[in-house]
Write a protein of this length. Structure first.
Length: 196
């Protein structure tokens, strides 16, 4: 059995007041939730980066709209977890994403819906905050499986500023990978897998 580490649930439990105060943040960023990862085209190099960003009060994923199959997808946390908590980068079916302010707030604060499912994927002990599994890798090794309320998906938890994690994109060309942060569910994005 793997040792557990402190992390997402401890943050969730000890800082529910902070999350409640971030309700206003969620309200401000709901409109920006559709501003998914994607501002620039995929670089031609064999690495694609998606970063976790904070611009004033807005939190978002920032990255390209496409990634080549077989490319390393590198994630980077550019935020300060001491101020806002950790992040997850979790592949999940878009139909399970919370929609609207109340659903976004309930997802993170009360671990409803996909946020609660992601906590289970990582085998988080909600009493201690210990993370039992990080990263979560299902299916082929690499980024390829979107999870749901009933099935695990590929996911990673970042608990430190500047932390990075890279893994190959093993999803087939033509597939679109949707992702969300379980701690800040207003952070939603997608990236299309294209031929290498």
């Amino acid at each position: 059995m793997r040792p557990r580490r402190k992390g997402i649930a401890l943050y969730t439990k000890r800082t529910l007041r902070l999350v409640a105060s971030l309700g206003a943040l969620a309200a401000l960023t709901v409109a920006g939730a559709s501003a998914t990862a994607g501002a620039s085209p995929a670089p031609s190099a064999k690495a694609t980066v998606i970063s976790m960003e904070r611009d004033g009060r807005d939190l978002s994923f920032d990255g390209p709209k496409t990634v080549e199959a077989g490319t390393k997808l590198k994630l980077k946390n550019n935020t300060n977890p001491r101020q806002i908590g950790p992040h997850t980068f979790s592949l999940a079916h878009k139909k399970d994403f919370p929609k609207g302010r109340a659903a976004i707030k309930g997802c993170a604060k009360e671990l409803k819906g996909i946020c609660g499912a992601i906590v289970k994927w990582h085998d988080v002990d909600v009493e201690t905050g210990a993370i039992g599994e990080n990263p979560v890798d299902v299916g082929k090794d690499g980024w390829n499986i979107e999870g749901s309320l009933k099935r695990k998906g590929d996911s990673w938890v970042s608990e430190k500023k500047g932390q990075t994690f890279a893994r190959e994109v093993t999803a087939r060309p033509g597939k679109t990978l949707h992702f969300i942060c379980a701690v800040h569910p207003e952070m939603q994005g997608k990236i299309k897998v294209v031929e290498g």
